[in-house]
Ligand binder design. Structure first.
Ligand code: GLC
Length: 433
């Protein structure tokens, strides 16, 4: 199949998927209309923060009007202080039974009280292409800026340029083995994780989930590499967007913050001996030294020093660790905790491949001139969808699909195929151009 036929096929499939997972209506609890793509109608019918940002990137290829509605719906319930919830329960009344199975902290009955990786500026950039882009930016950027100011003010109390997550699901990597030891988890039953989550969330409830007091408890404070890579990248992208609307001062400030985030990742998280980036845990900032996909994410940062780029490429091309038949596994294959398929019931991020991390890593590789490796990951990623459909995650050894079916952010494969369009004319073309 030619590349352009392949791209066309993927576009059509994403169109069908996004029609199926579209949620539209008016919410009586806030009086607002909503129009967004849910992650999966079977298990995740609400609007999730980073999912929605990824959906926006895919929507920009098939329906730019809906890409903007997705962002508007996400920002509709932004709080006056800047906070945006990791889940908006637009239609919660229809799913009370399902909610009983969630471990979640609520700010209101309709908004969760936690964050997810801040992919927001990238989503806005994707939605701002084409006619009316300037007006769209003028409309949404004030709330986006407030959100990034909130992250810096509330989640970076030590002012080192790295924001902290306060519970495991804030990284979006819910059951990743990198937290096992820190959380005191020894088994792989869902109940082990629920109990660990309660050990963190219980004391938080006692301090009324007030962020300074949550930090003071020091139960779960993680300066997470994946979250901060995305934070750094999105501050940089926000800087570009602010410049586009004529806010030179705001642009300079966001670029300064972005550079500080990269510098802190390199200075504090990079283990030179192992050539990997590790999260910092607790007030003592101890490395969580487990080799997971999160350790590789800084490849996304354009200002990453060459020695770190080379180290990460070494891990990505090592067949014992990440160079699986279907890369990139979420845990290095030589880690004792690695499981290629389903672990127990509903444990996620313990080995299988996810499309969003592949999207980031392949983009990072392009930025650092590693186009062949990027193309390989893009090709294998699209092959997963072509063989097994839009699943939540995949076995890196066989390509078999697992978890939710018709899972929406897997449509990022479309953006990965679209990127390749420019390669023939200029094989080393960086992305974005
Ligand atoms: C799972 C994932 C999380 C995602 C959510 C909705 O909890 O770990 O990252 O946002 O599902 O898809």
């Amino acid at each position: 199949m030619t590349d352009s036929l392949r791209l066309q096929g993927m576009k059509t499939a994403v169109g069908v998927l996004y029609e199926r997972n579209r949620q539209r209506g008016t919410a009586a609890w806030c009086g607002h209309d909503y129009d967004f793509v849910c992650p999966s109608t079977g298990t995740y019918p609400f609007q999730w923060f980073w999912d929605s940002c990824f959906h926006t990137v895919a929507l920009a290829h098939i329906d730019p009007v809906r890409a903007r509605s997705e962002v508007r719906s996400l920002l509709r319930n932004a709080q006056p202080d800047g906070f945006v919830a990791h889940v908006t329960f637009w239609q919660r009344e229809a799913y009370e039974e399902m909610l009983k199975t969630y471990s979640i902290a609520y700010r209101t009955p309709y908004l969760s009280d936690c964050i997810q990786p801040p992919v927001l500026a990238e989503a806005v950039a994707a939605a701002a292409g084409g006619a009316g882009g300037g007006a769209f930016l003028a409309e949404v950027l004030p709330r986006v800026r407030l959100y990034f100011d909130w992250l810096q003010r509330v989640r970076d109390p030590d002012g080192d340029g790295l924001i902290a997550t306060l519970q495991p699901d804030e990284s979006g990597l819910d059951h990743t083995p990198k937290y096992d030891e820190y959380l005191g988890i020894t088994g792989t039953a869902l109940s082990d994780y629920t109990a660990a989550w309660d050990r963190v969330a219980g004391p938080y409830a006692e301090v009324a989930r007030d962020p300074p007091r949550m930090f003071a408890l020091d139960r779960f404070v993680v300066e997470d590499v994946l979250v901060n890579t995305i934070y750094g990248e999105n501050q940089r992208v926000l800087g570009d967007l602010l410049e586009r609307v004529g806010d030179a001062k705001g642009a300079a400030e966001m670029r300064r913050r972005s550079a500080a985030t990269t510098a802190a990742l390199v200075a504090k998280c990079f283990d030179r001996e192992r050539g990997l980036f590790f999260d910092l845990a607790g007030a003592a900032e101890k490395h969580l030294a487990v080799n997971t996909v999160s350790c590789l994410l800084p490849i996304v940062l354009p200002d990453l020093p060459a020695f770190a780029v080379d180290a990460l490429v070494g891990h990505l091309t090592d067949a014992r660790e990440y160079a699986a038949p279907f890369p990139v596994p979420s845990v290095a294959m030589d880690e004792p905790s690695f499981v290629p398929g389903v672990v127990g019931t509903k444990l996620v991020w313990r080995g299988p491949v996810w499309m969003n991390t592949n999207w980031y890593i392949s983009r990072g590789l392009r930025r650092h001139g590693k186009v062949d490796l990027a193309r390989h990951i893009e090709d294998r990623s699209a092959a997963l969808v072509e063989q097994s459909g839009f699943r939540e995650y995949y076995d890196p050894l066989t390509g078999e699909g697992h978890g939710a079916s018709e899972f929406s952010w897997t449509a990022l494969a479309l953006d990965m195929l679209a990127r390749r369009e420019g390669d023939a004319a200029s094989p080393a073309a960086p992305f974005p151009p």
